[in-house]
Design a protein around this ligand. Structure first.
Ligand SMILES: NC(=O)c1ccc[n+]([C@@H]2O[C@H](COP(=O)([O-])OP(=O)(O)OC[C@H]3O[C@@H](n4cnc5c(N)ncnc54)[C@H](O)[C@@H]3O)[C@@H](O)[C@H]2O)c1
Length: 291
């Protein structure tokens, strides 16, 4: 998948629940080198004090973590200048003030909050991609993380708008950086239990909604690894001709209309229960035919 011994910058580490962490860990497990970025020096301290208590000391000691506020161009430039050549970049960063941008109505007069959310959650991809691609002499891959921007979900408000813009930006950057053999894509993930997600009002409702609309089972806690798998696919050599795309890793929720009917819901296990349910469905269909 990813290049063994390759160097990947993974931006957006907050704690071990972060999508950034799941992705970075998988890159390391497959033999890549990871440079994480956190928002600022304080966040680095927060990560080591509270964000990774579940990690053994030797793993913490081995982690390379730099800080970079993605809205600060000097910090972005200096992070990439310090690192040297890289093979890939993961942009797993977003923020919108929950009080003003994720309320129960779209309207807010807090225009500065809207601008800040747009800057961090969308525009920053262009900033970091600009400096990252200068350090990809042999081409490379950039992946960002989106969420269901084709639909309007309750409370997601301005973040939904930012994600739609982010996906448009992915296409524009793919067009621009193709000549440098740099690919730019997004993974649109289903709801996952992380700090950012917890700041979305009624996130639990969103996670519950997924149980009603996702043809495949969706686990908001444990499916982070599945999202990371797809990020690695887009970072690596098996996706060499894919750019400008949004890959939906959401259990299929984006592909179906309306709630699943009872008999369509994913089964708990794939073995005996599956056979049993199939037979029940067959019997039901035969009964209906006879009527
Ligand atoms: N959790 C979900 O349900 C879900 C679903 C789809 C997409 N996403 C997206 O995945 C990405 C990662 O979020 P997460 O769920 O892992 O949550 P997270 O809270 O672990 O990560 C968000 C990160 O953004 C960073 N950040 C915010 N402002 C920043 C700034 N100015 N400069 C640098 N970093 C900044 C935070 O410090 C944090 O590390 C986000 O883009 C989010 O919208 C999340």
């Amino acid at each position: 998948m990813i290049k063994k011994g390759g160097t990947y910058v993974v931006m957006g580490l907050l704690n071990t629940d972060s999508i950034a962490y799941a992705t970075g860990k998988m890159i390391e497990d497959l033999g890549g080198n990871v440079i994480y970025t956190v928002q600022n020096e304080r966040m680095k301290k927060v990560f080591f004090d509270r964000g990774c208590t579940d990690l053994p000391q030797e793993i913490k000691d081995a982690m390379v973590i730099k800080y970079c506020d993605v809205t600060n161009e000097d910090e972005v430039r200096s992070v990439f200048n310090d690192i040297g050549d890289i093979d890939g970049l993961v942009h797993s960063v977003a923020f919108a003030n929950p009080k003003t941008c994720l309320g129960n109505q779209m309207y807010t007069s807090s225009y500065d909050d809207i601008k800040q959310g747009f800057h961090i959650s969308c525009v920053s991809l262009a900033t970091v991609s600009q400096f990252a691609q200068e350090h990809m002499p042999n081409g490379g891959s950039i992946v960002t993380i989106s969420f269901a921007s084709q639909l309007a979900f309750p409370y997601y408000n301005w973040m939904g708008v930012n994600k739609a813009a982010l996906e448009a930006l992915v296409r524009a950057l793919a067009r621009e950086f193709g000549r440098e053999h740099v690919r730019v894509n997004a993974v649109s993930a289903g709801p996952l239990a992380t700090k950012a997600a917890k700041s979305i009002p009624h996130f639990a409702h969103l996670a519950q909604t997924w149980k009603k609309i996702s043809p495949l089972p969706w686990d908001a806690v444990n499916d982070k690894g599945e999202v990371a798998n797809s990020v690695l696919f887009l970072l690596g050599k098996y996706s060499k001709k894919i750019t400008g795309q949004t890959l939906y890793v959401d259990g299929g929720a984006s592909a179906v209309g309306g709630e699943l009917l009872k008999h369509e819901k994913p089964l708990k296990t794939m073995t005996a229960k599956k056979r049993e349910a199939r037979e029940r469905l067959k019997r039901m269909q035969e009964r209906q035919k006879k009527k």
